[in-house]
Design a protein around this ligand. Structure first.
Ligand SMILES: NC(=O)c1ccc[n+]([C@@H]2O[C@H](COP(=O)([O-])OP(=O)(O)OC[C@H]3O[C@@H](n4cnc5c(N)ncnc54)[C@H](O)[C@@H]3O)[C@@H](O)[C@H]2O)c1
Length: 366
């Protein structure tokens, strides 16, 4: 079950919450309730925190930009980037956490993008068998995707997210004004995940991205807040039906079967790799007769409009190797996400061989 509350300006004034519209999206899963606040000014949200026992986990970039407004709790910093998503970093953070004197009643506040939230969420779920946590989500990718849904984890070498669990943060704050400082490449990477959400579940997101180019590029606060809220609403509705990805949640993997393989081999940014994966999955959907040629072209034009389609070089054999290790595989089949139309994703279990065969005749790197 999930719910959406729109806050009245009087409430906003009373609580010290902000100037533009605030939306609270509630995820109810069997074990937890998670509140996602979109449009909240991040520095007015300390009211969600306990008075003591809080430790902040962030990365060096976010720390350098925003430390002036951090509340006065101990701060643990990680090196920015995917390489930090390792058990070694979790071990080091656990050690530092112990040294702060935090016990089982402690609280981890993650302030950062998807990497920080994935690591901090995992750390909170295992430290002393689990302590409380909440996120201030600072990148577009984490606001529209990574910080909603309770998936935590770290990588094992180059294999992504194989060590992890499902555990909902108590709250997530998405303040789109923080996106102003995001490097261009990171912003566009997040845009790809926003496009993914629109394609599988909310065609109004696609229409906004097609028609409001200036607002997107200028990172208009109010506009982005509305888009992030729409993306979170969709993801919350899916996660509330299927927290642990045994059914409906699989749809969120649109573009990820090919995308993860491209990400691994090319060391591409997640969103760019997913964008190339979405192009392939769209063409595959068209080939299977699910989506029309006109809609397929519209999708590829949108990905091109925001320069999301880079070059990649991945042989058929390498693709097969990586798809075989995909978490969505079951035996010789895989749950592949297709599009029936813009805003309507569907999951079909098909043989891995069929996926590879499609790749073989759509790929130039034989
Ligand atoms: N848990 C999930 O459900 C889920 C879903 C999708 C992706 N992910 C994970 O998310 C990660 C990618 O997330 P990401 O793209 O946010 O990466 P990230 O956390 O590495 O952030 C990208 C870069 O932007 C910087 N940054 C973050 N916020 C900033 C801000 N406001 N201003 C300036 N710089 C800022 C970071 O320091 C970093 O250098 C991947 O590890 C991916 O596996 C998780």
């Amino acid at each position: 079950m999930y719910g959406v509350l729109k806050f009245h300006r009087d409430f906003i004034a009373l609580t010290g919450f902000i100037l533009y519209s605030l939306e609270q999206i509630v995820i109810n899963t069997p074990g937890a309730v998670s509140n996602i606040f979109v449009g909240a000014a991040w520095e007015t949200t300390w009211q969600h925190l306990p008075e003591d026992g809080v430790v902040i986990v962030t990365d060096n970039n976010v720390y350098d930009l925003y430390r002036g407004k951090f509340p006065g709790f101990p701060v643990l910093k990680i090196i920015p980037g995917e390489e930090s998503k390792s058990l070694k970093v979790v071990e080091k953070l656990s050690d530092k956490l112990l040294k702060t004197g935090v016990g089982r009643s402690g609280f981890i506040l993650a302030i950062g993008g998807g990497v920080v939230c994935d690591i901090a969420g995992f750390l909170a779920s295992v430290f002393m068998r689990g302590i409380r946590c909440g996120y201030i989500s600072t990148s577009l990718l984490s606001q529209v995707d990574a910080s909603t849904g309770g998936k935590n984890g770290v990588n094992l070498g180059k294999i992504k997210n194989v060590i992890g669990n499902f555990r909902q943060p108590e709250f997530v704050i998405c303040d789109t004004s923080m996106l102003k400082t995001l490097p261009e490449k990171e912003y566009l990477s997040g845009l790809a995940e926003l496009i993914k959400t629109g394609l599988i579940g909310d065609p109004s997101i696609i229409a906004s991205l097609e028609n409001k180019y200036q607002e997107v590029i200028s990172r208009n606060n109010e506009f982005l807040s509305d888009l992030v809220a729409r993306a979170v609403r969709f993801k919350a509705s899916i996660v509330s039906q299927d927290e642990k990805e045994s059914g409906a949640r699989r749809i969120l993997n649109f573009g990820h079967t090919f995308g993860h393989a491209i990400e691994l081999v090319e060391s591409a940014k997640h969103g760019f790799a997913v964008a190339s994966g979405m192009k392939l999955a769209t063409l595959f959907s068209q080939e299977k007769g699910y989506i029309s040629g006109a809609e397929s072209s519209r999708i590829i034009s949108l990905l091109e409009k925001y320069n999301l389609l880079g070059e990649y070089h991945l042989t058929v054999d390498k693709m097969r190797d990586l798809v075989i290790h995909d978490k969505k595989r079951s035996g010789t089949d895989i749950h592949f996400v297709f599009l029936e139309s813009i805003g309507n994703g569907i999951v079909r279990k098909i043989p891995v061989d069929e996926v590879i065969e499609f790749y073989r005749h759509n790929n130039t790197d034989k």
